[in-house]
Design a protein around this ligand. Structure first.
Ligand SMILES: Nc1ncnc2c1ncn2[C@@H]1O[C@H](COP(=O)(O)OP(=O)(O)OP(=O)(O)O)[C@@H](O)[C@H]1O
Ligand SMILES: [Mg+2]
Length: 326
């Protein structure tokens, strides 16, 4: 089998006409970590929901280990573990009971369910807090618990929809280590994120998704190589000034473009190019040297930032933190 997960021209139009996913195709190979990287509203969750049989595609299909999400949803559900973007654990129950309950839902007998619960909690570094109420967990523990819940039936394929949303750097890194360990145990992982560091750190391959379409796909290295060099950002402040500076630079043969108040100059080697730009630097209030990264790739492709406006859906975040704090 070439693809563990194969999306074939998936389209989702919500009632009211929002085209959330607009012809998405990709192939996730067995054992790889594949990321969908994109900003708010790009269609990541909708794609995951179609791949999980939770939302019906308007058109197109997806094959999970060869089984169609449209025609064989029950079979597909046995093969996958899903960690949704919104938390699903019950915070009035203990971590242990949440996971055990999932195991029973998957049809495991009492003894099997206990064994599966212990294994999943141990794997997610949660055994020592297993008998505490979830309401006492930190955000990171709670995210780890959600993953433990998705592992009890030993799925070969795991979908993680923004698994580190809202977590601090340390908890995020801890979770990254555990996700890598899952890959080592042979899981195939689909990850969605709008954190470019996360996609870069974890993924074998990344698909950049924007407005329902995949606009680029490859290994992080391949995607970064498309930039053709390092970047110097001249932060001007006002968009008109940036436009003017960009056209001045272009007329002198520099690769320059203006993006909301900044001029982005692409050069082979920033340290060597900077002195040659000296006469232009006084027009900028700040100068930044940026090594190639996926944020820059997104900017190059769309003229917009990955993290523009609100970094995360504020409504969802409020709900999430309310549940975390309660
Ligand atoms: N149930 C729904 N009904 C109508 N429109 C929806 C529904 N769910 C999502 N949408 C819209 O579909 C588009 C894609 O949303 P989706 O949640 O898939 O994006 P996302 O990439 O997961 O974004 P986020 O970073 O906010 O999680 C958005 O414009 C969103 O407002
Ligand atoms: Mg989402």
């Amino acid at each position: 089998m070439d693809c563990a997960v194969e999306a074939r021209n998936l389209v989702k139009i919500y009632p009211g006409g929002v085209k959330a996913v607009d012809g998405v195709s990709f192939c996730i190979r067995p054992g790889e970590i594949f990321s969908l990287l994109g900003p708010n509203g790009a269609g990541k969750t909708t794609t995951v929901r179609m791949l999980s049989t939770l939302a019906k595609p308007t058109s197109g299909d997806a094959l999970i280990m060869g089984h169609s999400v449209v025609r064989e949803p029950d079979r597909v559900r046995e093969l996958i573990g899903v960690v949704p973007q919104d938390l699903t654990s019950d915070d009035e129950m203990t971590g242990w009971d949440n996971v055990y309950y999932q195991a029973r839902l998957h049809g495991l007998s009492g003894r099997e369910a206990e064994e599966a619960t212990r294994r999943a909690l141990e794997f997610m570094d949660l055994l020592d807090v297993a008998h505490r109420k979830v309401s006492t967990y930190s955000g990171g523990m709670r995210r780890r618990l959600e993953i433990a819940m998705s592992l009890v039936h030993e799925p070969r394929i795991l979908y993680l929809d923004e698994p580190t949303l809202g977590l601090d750097v340390q908890s995020r890194r801890h979770l990254w280590g555990l996700i890598r360990a899952l890959k080592k145990r042979g899981k195939t992982i689909l990850l969605t994120t709008h954190y470019m560091e996360e996609a870069e750190e974890l993924s074998d391959r990344v698909a950049i998704i924007d407005r329902g379409k995949i606009i680029a796909e490859g290994t992080p290295e391949e995607l970064k190589a498309r930039l053709g060099g390092e970047r110097i950002h001249l932060i001007v402040g006002d968009p008109r000034g940036a436009e003017e500076l960009a056209s001045q630079l272009s007329s002198k043969g520099w690769r320059a473009r203006a993006v909301d108040g900044e001029v982005i100059v692409t050069v082979e080697n920033a340290a060597r190019a900077l002195p040659m730009l000296a006469q232009f630097l006084e027009k900028a209030r700040e100068v930044k040297i940026v090594k190639p990264n996926l944020e820059e790739v997104f900017l190059e492709l769309t003229g917009r930032r990955l993290r523009e406006e609100e970094p995360i859906d504020s409504f969802r975040y409020r709900i999430m933190t309310r549940r975390l704090r309660r």
